[in-house]
Design a protein around this ligand. Sequence first.
Ligand code: ADP
Ligand code: ZN
Length: 729
Amino acid sequence: MTASTSNRQIARVALDIPAHQLFDYRADDASAADIGARVEVPFRNKRAAAVIVELASASDAASLKSIGRVFRDSPRLSEETLSLTRFCASYYHHPIGQVVMLALPPLMRRSFPALSKPAGYSLTAAGRALSVSAINPRQLVKRRVLAQFQAKDWIPSEELLAISRRARTVVQELLDASLIQASDPPAVAATDAQPPKLNAEQWQAVEQIQRGGAGFQPWLLQGVTGSGKTEVYLALIADVLKRGDQALILVPEINLTPQLVARITGRFVSVPFAVLHSAMSPADRLRNWVLAQRGAARIVIGTRLAVFTPMPSLSLIVVDEEHDSSYKQQDALRYSARDLAVYRAKARRCPIILGSATPSLESYNQARRKSYGWAHLTRRAMNALLPEVSLVDLTREHATDGISPTVARALAQRLQEREQSLVFINRRGFAPVLWCGNCGRTEHCQRCSANLVLHARTRVLRCHHCGHSRTIPAACETCGMPEMLPLGRGTERIEQALFAHFAGARILRIDRDTTKRRGSWDKMLQSIKSGEADILVGTQIVAKGHDFPGLTLVVVADADQALHASDFRASEKLFAQLMQVAGRAGRASAPGTVIIQTRFPQHPLFAALRTHDYSAFADAQLEERRRARFPPFVYQALLRAEAHERAVVFAFLDRAARHARALSNGGVDVYDPVPGTMSRVAGKERGQLLVQCSSRPTLHVFLERWLQELRAAKSSRTRWSLDVDPTEF
Ligand code: ADP
Ligand code: ZN
C-alpha cells in the first residue's frame, strides 16, 4: 500500500481499547516535545483520551482525522516509560493502548486536563517581602498562615489546611494575591537520622553492591527474616539521595507500605517521598505520581503498579519480598512487576536489588548461574537465634478441633508467661465443607466447581470464588436429615476452639473478613504491638513481613493441604509461606518456637525448614524442575478460555492446539487442553492449554504467530486470554 498521507505530521496514539495497534491522526502542530502527552481524539463518533506514543510523517490509513486538544499543561509520560509500556505490550502480547493507560494514574486516563492538588506551598518574592505585622490583626487565620512560613520555606498542603477551617479560603486569597505559590517539596539531600551501625554481614552486602557500580546489575539479596535486609536497602538508598537521585521501592502488599514508610521517613526525615498503590484516592494517587514524575519525590514506595512510575533521575530499584506472588497481576494484563522492574533497571542502566528470605526459584537460579549478583544475610540482626521448628505428627496425636495436646500445652505456657502466640491457618470461615452424614450431600456453589464455605459468625454459606452466599439450610435438602456437619476447619473454627480451651484469653482473629473495613488492619496491628492480644488466629495476612515484638510462638495448624497440591510450584510457595510465618516468632528479645501440625512429618520440606536452610531446599527443587522440564528451565505460556458450555471451550482449545502444533514444528511443546484448576467459575466453564519452550525468543516468535491466527479465527462464544510466565494454573 502506498502512503496516502505524507509529508505531514502524524501522531500515533494509544487508546484504551483492546486493539494491538496504535492509531494515526493528523497533528500538524505537534512536536517531539508532545511525545508522551495526553490528547483528546475523535474516535468512533466520540471523544476519547489518548497518549501520543510516536510521531510519523506518513500513514497507511486512507483518510486521517485530526487530533483534538493536546494537554500540554498536564504531565507527560517520559520516553523511558513509553518504551517500558511497549516492551510490556509485546512481551505479554497485550494491547498497547491498555498498557499505556495502566501506566497512568486513573485521573489521567480521561480526556480532561488532569490537575493535581498541590503538594505544598512556599512564599513568593512578594510574600517574603511582606511582614506579618502588616496584616490586619483581625485577620487571624491569615496571620497564622503567614507566620508558619517564617519557620519553614515549604509547608505541605495538609499541614496548612489543618490550621483552621478557614485556612482553605485564606490560602486561596494568598494565592490570588501572589503572596504564596503552589510548589513541590524542596529537595533535601541530607539523611537526618542516625542509622544503626550495620553488622558485618550487612556491611559486606552493602559494599558488595556498591562495588557493583552504578550501571545495570541485578542483585539477589537473600537474607533470613529479621536479618536486616531493610537496613541494607536504606544504606544504599542513602547513596542515591546523596547523589540527588531517585529510588523506587516495590512492596508486595498495600498492608506493608505503612511499615516501610515509617522506617524510611524515620531515617530520611525531610526527604520528599511518594507512596503509590491502588487503595489511595485518585486525587492522592495523581499528586504522588506527579511528584515522582517531576523528580520532586526522591523515594517512591509502591505496589506492583508503581513499576510504571516515571522517575527522571531513577538510579536504584528495590523489590522487597521478590518471591511474593502478588507481584504478578492475575487478570487483564498479567504482568510480573518484578520481571518488568528488572527490564526497567536494564534499560535505565541502574542496579536493582531483589530481596527475600525465600527467593523465587527463577531469581535463585539466576544468582546460581551468576547472571545476578548474590549477597547473603545468614543471621538475624537483633536476636542471633532463629526460631526452633518442631513437628507434631497428627497420625499419633489427636488434634481435637485442630489443636493437638502439644500445641495446647505450648499455648498455655505462653499465656502464663504473658507472651503472644499466633495460630496460622490459611483458610477463612468456619469450615470449608458442609456435609450430610446420612446421604453424603455437600453444599456447593451452583455457579462454581467449589464447595460453599460455612461462615458461622455471619451465619451464611459463601462461595469464595464468585461471592455468592446463601443461608445455612436447617436440614439436608436431599434426605431431610436435620443437621449437616461442618468438615475441616478455618480461622473461625480455630478461634472458637481456642475460646473453649483458654477462657479469658484475648483472642484476635485476623483474616480478610475481619480486616475488610479500611483501617481495621492498622488498628489490629496497633493492638497486637501494644500487647492487647494473647493469641492471634490468622491467614497469610499476618504471615507477611510484620514485626511483632511480643510474639514467641507460631503454630501452623495445617500444612498438609499444600503439601500434595498438583501445582509444581506448591512446595516452593508452601516453604516460603512457612518460613515467612516462622519468621514472625521471636524477633525481639525472646527466642521463638514454631510448631507445625502435619500427617507427613517425614516430608523432606520439613527437614530443610527445621534447619532454616532455604538454599538446600531450593537446590533440590531446582534439580527436580530441571529433570521434569519445568520453569525456570523452560518458559511457559498458558492459553485460558471460558464459555457457558464446556464443549465450546474445548472446541476452541482443540483448534488452538492444532494450530499450535502446526506452527511449532516440534520447537515448542504443546500440551493437551485440560479443564482449569477451577473448572467452573461464576457460571462459566474454564479450560486451558499450556505451551512451553526452552528458548524464550523461540517461544515469543511462536506466540506472536499463534495469536495472530487465534485473533483471526473469530470465536464470539469463547473468551480467551494468554498468560505469559503463568504462576497460577
Ligand atoms: P528484614 O527486612 O531482613 O526482615 P529488618 O531490616 O526489618 O529485617 O530488621 C529486623 C530488625 O532488626 C529491625 O527491627 C531492625 O531495626 C533491626 N536491625 C537491623 N539491622 C540492624 C543493625 N545493624 N543494628 C541494629 N538493629 C538492626
Ligand atoms: Zn461460586
